[in-house]
Ligand binder design. Structure first.
Ligand SMILES: Nc1ncnc2c1ncn2[C@@H]1O[C@H](COP(=O)(O)OP(=O)(O)OP(=O)(O)O)[C@@H](O)[C@H]1O
Ligand code: SF4
Ligand SMILES: [Mg+2]
Length: 373
């Protein structure tokens, strides 16, 4: 069931508003469709991936004598962004803000509650059956846990060959040869084809996950915290491998991570999420150097600075309180219960995602300029 988006005014300070007429979420979405079409034309075609107001709610039930419906968990609530071919979009935010749910829903591993998912200009929001199976060739996922995501009873050879089997594809030169080539490509010894996952280190297991994900030469990979479980020294190796493969194959990544330094390194664009909603989206350098959302300021203020002089001057913004429940999100701006700048308007009106500078989107009534890094 879709949740109607409450009507909301756009901040009058926004440079993106040409008139004083109030703009609602619905009219903003309609205007975006027109703007998207114009942008596609200017860019020579649609983006590889476009999410429009993507929403995923998980229904809940109260444990009483009679099963009663409760408020759903609003894991993802109206998230919009796009990703161009060959680029990486970093997705950041606190634990539980909905990053993995965005990743799984856009891959159609979860059924969206509402909103639209477009892949290469095609609406894939509700594709099913054979069409969905064909889509799986184009979109893959790399998981956070290199231990849990590999079946301990399968050899590495059969794990990496699985996508071919599922899709009924017989690779040229044979499956074994193709899998061994893939193993070599990700830095694994092809002679270890018949070994089992427990015989590999964490970094090597993640390489197996990468080999499996690129086996069908997809166009998009959602990397869900692919290096978070690895030692720092190994993290760089896996990130470098992902970057090399991206260049070779013109791949696009949605890169989910909580480490803002890794996201800064790998991303072209960055989306900041909080409690299922998009707070800010911009090109990597603009987001890190000129963040405009109070939540982005707080997140970036916690990033360690290598330069000790700069680090001394840096003010750490501590957020009060805990993340509210996505079953009962605050009214108005969902960040308001922890925002140091919240005022009455923030409780009454939902801030709409607004283009505050070219290609820089913020959902805040009072976006501010502040240097935090
Ligand atoms: N299948 C499910 N049923 C009910 N609630 C769910 C389900 N999957 C996720 N959630 C809830 O949705 C919210 C978003 O979860 P999600 O895993 O997407 O967050 P995340 O940003 O990836 O967090 P983390 O950084 O810890 O991985 C959380 O409150 C989570 O408990
Ligand atoms: S809308 Fe208000 S509460 Fe929300 S981030 Fe902006 S200032 Fe803070
Ligand atoms: Mg997650």
């Amino acid at each position: 069931m879709s949740t109607p988006t409450p009507e909301a005014s756009v901040p009058s300070s926004s440079s993106a508003q040409p008139s004083d007429a109030p703009i609602t979420a619905a009219s903003a979405a309609a205007a975006r469709t027109v703007a998207d079409a114009a942008a596609d034309k200017a860019a020579g075609g649609p983006p590889l991936l476009r999410l429009t107001e993507l929403t995923k709610h998980f229904p809940q039930f109260r444990q009483t004598l009679v099963k009663r419906p409760d408020n759903p968990v609003r894991a993802v609530d109206g998230v919009s962004f796009e990703l161009r071919k060959g680029q990486t979009l970093g997705l950041v935010g606190e634990s539980g803000c909905g990053k993995s749910t965005v990743g799984r829903t856009l891959l159609r591993l979860l059924e969206p509650t509402s909103g639209k998912i477009e892949f290469e200009g095609r609406d894939i929001t509700h594709v099913s059956g054979n069409e969905l199976r064909m889509l799986r060739r184009e979109m893959q996922m790399i998981f956070q846990d290199p231990y849990g995501s590999l079946n301990p009873r399968q050899t590495i050879g059969s794990i990496i060959a699985a996508p071919f089997e599922i899709q009924g594809i017989k690779p040229e030169g044979g499956t074994r040869k193709t899998v061994q080539d893939l193993m070599a490509r990700v830095g694994l010894n092809p002679e270890h084809y018949n070994r089992y996952p427990h015989e590999f280190s964490g970094g090597q297991r993640q390489r197996i996950g990468v080999a499996r994900a690129i086996a069908l030469r997809p166009k998009l990979i959602v990397c869900d915290e692919p290096v978070s479980a690895l030692d720092v020294s190994i993290q760089a190796q896996v990130v470098n491998l992902l970057e090399d493969i991206q260049t070779e194959q013109q791949l696009s990544y949605v890169f989910i991570a909580h480490d803002l330094s890794v996201v800064r390194h790998i991303s072209d664009r960055v989306v900041v999420m909080y409690l299922g909603k998009l707070m800010e989206e911009a090109d990597r350098d603009e987001l890190y150097e000129q963040p405009r959302h109070p939540y982005t300021h707080a997140l970036l203020s916690a990033v360690p600075v290598p330069d000790p002089h700069k680090g001394q001057k840096k003010e750490r913004i501590l957020l009060k309180g805990d993340l509210p429940s996505p079953q009962n999100p605050p009214s108005g701006c969902v960040f308001r219960t922890r925002c140091p700048k919240a005022v009455e308007k923030c409780a009454a009106e939902v801030p709409v995602r607004t283009e505050i500078a070219p290609n820089h989107f913020v959902a805040c009534h009072f976006p501010e300029e502040r240097q935090v890094l």
